[in-house]
Design a protein around this ligand. Structure first.
Ligand code: C2O
Length: 555
């Protein structure tokens, strides 16, 4: 294992998409940002220097951060933000993870433009548990706003209504040919040779949308999700929620072959609000001879742009989502075991969903029935603290920062999918759940339909978890656990709580620190669909959170 050094300069940069130029926050002037490439077991050291007016922090999404919680990155959870002209060195190792993850800003909506791939290769001389690909290609999906995303969320929080939706989806930052006013170099092109295997490293970095992805006339084989190998399966359709990543194999057609095909993404959404219901496309271009490769450049699209679009499901096609997620299984081999906690010490039941909060006097609010949109876990809408929770926890100074009375939800027979209650109000608080070191946890998350029924991609920092069960309607504590998969459930860091349904996960709390958990729809996080776990130190030195680095930003 080696140490890899990176320097992230946060700078403003003019970027043009959809014929619209804006000055936006970037890393090193790049959009999407630079790739982090490391092997399993390597140490990664990234110096982040903030040259923009905004406060910044960077999260290494999905990295376990075992005993390195100070490097996790969510603002006001593990660190205070890096202020203008400030800097912070993130320093962590990558043990036991292989595949694709991503990094993104973790403060307000800055991640709309500040994100990039994390590519984790197997150890030197270790091989993939699938055929060695000819080439590996990261494809990071995002959302493009013509407006400043910070202004979009500020306006929404002010009015209490929903935020304006994005103007396009993107492949590696490019919206593609299906949008009005799309310049030729606004299209991502993947050039491939016939008869080869490509490893596509897919990342959904969109702010607010689950996505369907497909390539016309090609199937894909899923081999990895969230940097954990899965039992390979072949599919025409990929479903990927924001915060999720997946490695898929693409076998190109036998040559000589000269055609091009479209790849496309479109949203999955079951809620009632407005959504960016557009399709972004990119081009899969076959190159038969080295000469044709040399003569094509990225600003000239192939002539035959009567390209076939892949067929994508309807926007609300929940069955397509369930079919896809139902096929995901851990590889669960002796070399790559699925260490599912078999006995559980702590069980939790969390309701997740939208709600509202009262409209201040003398104001008009654009949320449900003249209130303000809010969102909650167990009816607590998480209020961001004024200083970082991890620091307060480490110093033993929680007073005025957070409380440990996160409500437990007795499994009362409440019909979460029935008629909404009259009172949709949530309570505000900075409440956490405290776990002893090495507690085995089972958590059932139930979507409430209080304002609208929609799926919530919940992301847990600091851990991978096993998805042992899921279903629609109300979770039944007497019967549903009988069907849990404790053998080869998929292991990941972000899971969609199904629209009008529930999901059950298990994890071992073997990582001391403060760990954020939130909906990876950024607007739901802004509305309060977030909470934090505190995992106490264990007895051995190797089970304790080390002291903070000396350059940790202060609030
Ligand atoms: Cu990718 Cu807390 O986020």
């Amino acid at each position: 294992a080696i140490t890899r050094h990176y320097k992230f300069n946060i700078v403003m940069k003019n970027v043009t998409r959809l014929c619209h130029t804006k000055s936006m926050v970037t890393v090193n002037g790049k959009f999407p940002g630079p790739r982090i490439v490391a092997r399993e077991g390597d140490r990664v050291v990234i110096k982040v220097v903030n040259h923009v007016p905004n406060n910044i922090s960077i999260h290494w999404h999905g990295i376990r951060q075992l005993q390195s919680g100070w490097a996790d990155g969510p603002a006001y959870i593990t660190q205070c933000p890096i202020q203008t002209n400030g800097s912070f060195v993130y320093n962590f190792t990558i043990p036991g993870q292989r595949g694709t993850l991503f990094w993104h800003a973790h403060i307000s909506w800055i991640r709309a433009t500040v994100y990039g791939p994390i590519i984790i290769l197997p150890k030197r001389n270790a091989s993939y548990p699938f055929p060695k690909p000819h080439k590996e290609v990261p494809i990071i999906f995002g959302e493009w706003f013509n407006a400043d995303p910070e202004a979009v969320i500020a306006q929404a929080l002010q009015s209490g209504g929903p935020p304006n939706v994005s103007d396009a989806y993107t492949f590696n930052g490019l919206p593609g040919p299906l949008y009005n006013c799309s310049a030729p170099n606004d299209t991502y092109q993947l050039k491939v040779r016939p008869g080869k295997t490509y490893l596509l490293r897919l990342i959904n970095a969109a702010l607010n949308d689950e996505l369907f992805f497909a390539i016309a006339n090609h199937s894909l084989t899923v081999v990895d999700v969230d940097a954990v190998y899965v039992k390979p399966f072949t599919t025409d359709l990929i479903v990927i929620a924001p915060g999720q990543t997946s490695n898929v194999l693409l076998n190109t057609k036998q040559g000589p072959h000269n055609s091009s095909y479209l790849m496309a993404v479109s949203p999955y959404f079951t809620g009632q609000g407005a959504i960016d219901n557009t399709t972004a496309a990119a081009i899969l271009e076959y190159i038969s001879s080295p000469t044709s490769s040399a003569s094509s450049n990225s600003s000239s699209l192939p002539k035959n742009l009567t390209l076939l679009l892949p067929s994508l499901p309807a926007i609300n096609a929940t069955s397509a989502v369930t079919n896809f997620t139902g096929r995901l299984r851990s590889l669960a081999t002796p070399q790559f075991p699925a260490n599912v906690p078999q006995t559980i010490q702590k069980r939790f039941f969390f309701t997740v969903g939208l709600g509202s909060s009262p409209c201040p006097k003398n104001q008009t609010c654009q949320g449900p029935n003249g209130t303000k949109f809010a969102a909650s876990v167990n009816n607590i809408s998480f209020a961001m603290p004024s200083t970082a929770l991890l620091q307060s926890h480490f110093l033993g100074k929680s007073n005025g920062i957070y409380t440990t009375d996160f409500p437990s939800n007795p499994l009362v027979p409440f019909n979460y999918t029935g008629t909404p209650p009259n009172n949709t109000f949530v309570m505000n608080g900075t409440k956490v759940v405290v776990l002893q070191y090495n507690t085995s946890v089972e958590l059932v998350m139930q979507d409430t339909s209080i304002i609208t029924t929609e799926s919530h991609p919940l992301h847990l920092h600091g851990f991978n978890f096993f998805v042992v069960g899921q279903g629609f309607g109300n979770f039944d504590p007497n019967n549903d656990p009988k069907n849990f998969n404790l053998v080869d459930p998929v292991e990941r860091n972000t899971i969609g709580v199904p629209s009008g349904g529930w999901v059950a996960i298990r994890f071992l709390a073997d990582n001391p620190g403060v760990w954020f958990m939130h909906c990876h729809f950024e607007v739901h996080t802004s509305w309060g669909l977030k909470m934090a776990w505190i995992v106490r130190d264990g007895k051995l030195p190797s089970q304790k959170l080390p002291p903070p680095p000396s350059d940790l930003p202060q609030c």
